[in-house]
Design a protein around this ligand. Structure first.
Ligand SMILES: NC(=O)c1ccc[n+]([C@@H]2O[C@H](COP(=O)([O-])OP(=O)(O)OC[C@H]3O[C@@H](n4cnc5c(N)ncnc54)[C@H](OP(=O)(O)O)[C@@H]3O)[C@@H](O)[C@H]2O)c1
Length: 242
């Protein structure tokens, strides 16, 4: 590694999968920077994560804020991109292209802008891990838009890994994970949805942020894995033969 103390940036690190990932790196003594839009969420996450962690408020949908952040950043050993978009789902026949475009603006383009701005600061033996989504290769009705957004990101991983070697590029592709991402769904409806999904998931439940974080941490720390998209879905994406 480029330094004895690892430098880690988790974009979207104030909640859910990003926060759990920051917690793992902080626990092993890394200098972690988490980003997000809400200062309140960043402050609360900092208090939970502890260690040598700091926060930087930015809106990842604004390329200028991303450029300003990386412009002042030192060498980054591991970059994790866990920014969440929320738009882009719904039945395809009535999917407003403007809504789909908003979905790309909320996740695809921020990831692209972050990747480009971070590159000059990424250690030669460093890594980038994208958080995509199982919807990229599943076939759930109502997820055509999410499949397009996350599928586009997943398709970028192998060529990024070759074009920008020896820096490593991987993705984790989560199934349904119980995080604040689902807060927009009323509690009772969410429980019903999670129970229904648990019943059709081989491991019998939805996932936890810590389980995705462990996969991200492994991909970042294993110097011989690159160009890989790792499913963390509890088996929901496996063909059932039915
Ligand atoms: N939870 C799931 O079931 C699931 C499934 C598949 C894939 N994923 C993916 O996993 C990733 C992490 O999601 P999560 O479940 O951990 O969600 P989460 O708990 O809502 O965390 C999202 C993080 O991203 C930040 N964020 C959102 N929009 C941002 C923006 N425009 N600029 C900067 N930061 C922004 C949030 O902070 P602020 O709100 O303060 O900005 C927060 O820190 C996302 O890419 C999501 O699509 C989640």
């Amino acid at each position: 590694m480029s330094a004895s103390v690892l430098s880690v940036v988790v974009m979207g690190g104030s909640s859910g999968i990003g926060e759990a990932t920051a917690t793992l790196f902080a626990a092993e003594g890394a200098e972690v920077v988490i980003t997000g839009r809400s200062q309140e969420k960043l402050d609360a996450a900092l208090a939970r994560i502890g260690g040598k962690t700091s926060a930087h408020r930015l809106d990842a949908s604004d390329p200028a804020q991303i450029a300003a952040f990386f412009g002042q950043s030192q060498t980054v050993d591991h970059l994790v991109i866990a920014v969440s978009g929320s738009a882009g789902s719904g039945p395809f026949a009535t999917l407003d292209p403007a809504h789909l475009a908003a979905g790309f603006d909320g996740k695809f383009w921020p990831y692209v802008h972050i990747l480009q701005a971070a590159l000059p600061h990424l250690a030669a033996d460093g890594s980038v891990t994208l958080v995509t989504a199982g919807s990229a290769r599943a076939a759930f009705p109502g997820t055509v838009g999410l499949a397009a957004i996350n599928g586009a990101l997943e398709a970028m991983v192998p060529p990024l890994a070759v074009e920008l070697a020896p820096r490593r590029f991987n993705a984790v592709s989560p199934g349904v994970i119980d995080t604040a991402w689902w807060d927009a769904v009323p509690a009772e409806q969410r429980k019903e949805l999670f129970d229904g999904l648990a019943a059709t998931t081989p491991v019998g439940r939805v996932g936890r942020a810590e389980e995705v974080a462990a996969a991200i941490h492994m991909l970042a720390r294993n110097g011989f894995i690159t160009g890989t998209v790792l499913d963390v879905t509890g088996g929901t994406n496996l063909p059932s033969g039915r």
